[in-house]
Design a protein around this ligand. Structure first.
Ligand code: NAD
Length: 468
């Protein structure tokens, strides 16, 4: 596999799925190719007065819908192939979860640990300047977001720079997502990918026919789970899986893994790690020194949520999980994918399962354009209606509802409730769509997800009148 580039692997997946469609060759080529890549080099004045040249990219894979959308990563191994491949995946991911954006991705080739905060700010602002200068950013053009090595702080610098360089006071906040809530961010963005992972797996486990094939019952309550990575995605996925009734039997971090067949309480493990600096030696759990071995633990659901390419041709045959939920990007290599499918494993693909982040970013963009917090117009109205209904019902049956229950039963939806509910709807509906295709075509979920994406992008190009 090593001889095939990341973009080559994505394109290979595309070709496999495209073979199940009947779109004309020219249209398929237009969907597959990357529309534009802007490679830039700009000077950074370092704190010691020296000048360093910084290399960076922004790639917009598809303009079939605007704006394009995708994160910006700061990493010293970023390269053009990776940025283009990730932009391509963003196009498919957005289409799969019905987020009306094209795909994009940005990268700055730096190891942020080697730079002061002031230098990171100057790099981020200069990168934004370059994007503005070449029309590669804007609420209706291209909307970046955080990715590896970036977070709300960088997004705040981006929106501030964009606002100061453009005459766009009304919509400027929508030029980037993943902002702090005080700067127009949306509540629920932090946990969105982990929560979306939970909603996606829960949906997959709700089909009796599919669970029968795996020898499992429907629902999460009888399921054992192993999660690799306790960062943003892994921690939230593990937490929501536990709250949803599953038993977390294994957790892995880079320092090692822990296992307890009777269950691990995620919050207690996090507290233990904070106190001791490691997940190892958690009371009642068995230590596993080699973290990667955690992937081979007996469990029903394995959630790799740390790195790419952790399940390979080498270890795939030893995976015991019946369901693999790809929370990380690209955790299963192409040859491992084939082995797992041969073993009858249900793989819930990354291009669907970790789309919670971009889905909630879409909600943030909508909030910025409408200039109103979700729930502001309806919360009190809903609450008053609920109160009337509950009071009428209580009077009709002659019961007194305790005040605390009354408040819970009648509350109107706030921003966080609406974001979570929108995410739940998105993940459930999208899973149904790809499952239907998988059944109709007789293929795995990853291929079905790609077919779904190709069909949707094809419809957009046809609507634009570009293809008959
Ligand atoms: P993160 O940096 O917050 O977490 C990654 C965690 O994995 C860290 O805690 C790290 O210590 C741990 N880790 C590193 N090496 C490990 C190893 N060998 N074994 C076990 N654990 C290890 O990153 P994240 O935002 O949670 O992203 C995780 C994955 O999810 C990445 O593949 C990312 O591309 C993908 N993803 C993230 C988002 C998002 O919204 N954050 C959205 C889509 C996809």
């Amino acid at each position: 596999m090593s001889s095939i580039s990341f973009l080559g692997q994505v394109d290979r997946m595309f070709e496999k799925a495209a073979a199940h469609t009947d779109h004309p060759e020219g249209l398929l080529k237009q969907i597959r190719i990357c529309n534009s890549v802007y490679q830039m080099e700009f000077p950074l004045k370092r704190d010691d007065g020296s000048i360093e040249v910084i290399k960076a990219w922004r790639s917009e894979h598809s303009h079939h819908k605007l704006p394009t959308k995708g994160g910006i990563r700061f990493a010293d191994n970023v390269n053009e192939d990776e940025v283009a491949a990730l932009a391509t995946l963003m196009t498919y991911k957005c289409a799969i979860v019905n987020v009306p954006f094209g795909g994009a991705k940005g990268g700055i080739k730096i190891n942020r640990k080697n730079y002061s905060e002031g230098e990171i700010e100057r790099i981020t602002r200069r990168y934004t300047y370059e994007l503005v200068a070449k029309n590669f950013i804007g609420p209706g053009i291209d909307v970046p977001a955080p990715d590896y090595g970036t977070g709300p702080k960088e997004m705040a610098w981006i929106v501030d720079t964009y606002r100061s360089l453009t005459n766009d006071p009304l919509t400027a906040a929508a030029c980037v997502t993943g902002k702090p809530v005080t700067l127009g961010g949306v509540r629920g963005r932090t946990e969105a990918t982990g929560l979306g992972t939970y909603f996606g797996i829960r949906e997959a486990c709700s089909y009796k026919e599919d669970m029968d094939k795996l020898g499992l019952k429907t629902g999460l309550s009888d399921k054992t789970v192993v999660v690799q990575g306790l960062g943003n995605v892994g921690y939230h996925a593990a937490k929501f899986m536990q709250e949803g009734g599953a038993t977390i039997v294994g957790l892995a971090e880079y320092e090692g893994a822990i296992y307890n067949k009777d269950g691990l309480d995620v919050e207690s493990v996090m507290a233990h790690r904070k106190a001791t600096g490691s997940i190892l030696n958690f009371p009642g759990a068995t230590n596993i020194k080699n973290s990667a071995e955690a992937l081979e633990l007996p469990c029903d659901i394995l959630i790799p949520a740390a790195l790419e390419s952790v399940i390979t041709g080498e270890n795939a045959g030893r995976i015991k999980a019946k369901i693999v939920g790809e929370a990380a990007n690209g955790p299963v290599t192409a040859d491992a994918d084939a082995t797992l499918l041969d073993q009858g494993v249900l793989i819930i693909p990354d291009v669907f399962l970790n789309a919670g982040g971009v889905t909630v970013s879409y909600f943030e963009w909508l909030k910025n354009l409408s200039h109103v917090r979700f729930g502001r117009m309806s919360k009190r109205f809903e609450q008053a209606s609920n109160e009337r209904i509950v009071r009428a019902m209580a009077d009709a049956v002659g019961i007194d509802i305790p005040a605390e229950d009354f408040i819970k039963a009648t509350a109107g939806a706030d921003e966080i409730d609406l974001v979570k509910s929108g995410l739940e709807e998105t993940m459930a509906t999208s899973y149904m769509e790809i499952r239907d295709i998988a059944q109709r075509v007789g293929t795995d979920l990853r291929t079905a997800a790609f077919i779904n994406a190709i069909d949707k992008v094809a419809v957009s190009y046809k609507e634009l009148g570009i293809f008959p």
